[in-house]
Design a protein around this ligand. Sequence first.
Ligand code: SAH
Length: 241
Amino acid sequence: MKDAKVRLYVDHPLGDAQSVPLDRDQAHYLFGVMRLAVGAHILLFNGQDGEWRAEVVKAGKRAGELQCVEQTKPLQMPPDLWLIFAPIKKARTDFIVEKAAEMGALRILPVSTEFTNSDRIRQDRLQAHAVEAAEQCGGTYVPEVTELQKLDRLLADWPEDRQLMFCDEAEVGAAKQLAASSTEKWAILIGPEGGFSPKERTRLHAHPQTHVVSLGPRILRADTAVVAAMTVWQQALGDWS
Ligand code: SAH
């Protein structure tokens, strides 16, 4: 069997002997950048059908075609964990989406809060970062990145069956660890550089599904806090054990 080193996300069904057309960008990447030719093998996933080994059957400058050979991994869903965060500077927001996808979030939800420093995001760019992260980390699932919404609205429509791990910087140094055993539906909430407003904090504390958590004796930057919180959650309740 030929070594399949390249791993590509495609928005196309995958299955036995399924033919997969390539668009211009994909053809450029595979044949121009990676220098693959007819007969080469690559790995494909589409977020739904697991991972497939596929063979290049047509290679052109602007188009091409692959054919699925065999399934190499079944679809592996992450736990039902949402990551909710307030966007920060562009590069750090990109980092948050990339890390959340790698660490196993089911959905990534940017929210605007009272002290959010950026009230616009490019959802399509962030979604592309999630796809790239899945390509690189061997994931077969791509978390959906939702459009920016107001934290207030999200809390107003909060589903009763979802627990909320509220990482509250006001608890810095407090002995408030995640103490829960329900592995059902969860969300992690990380605030912006400016933290949460007193009003938001009061509202979050009053929420019946809230679990207030401290991430240790130091204040972490929001991007660090995302990775730390996801580590804690995955270790305690997720798919790491
Ligand atoms: N400017 C704020 C800190 C914001 S840190 C201040 O000085 O108080 C950004 C986000 O990371 C916070 O809103 C919180 O969700 C999370 N965070 C950072 N350090 C934390 C800690 N020690 N405990 C809990 N959450 C923390």
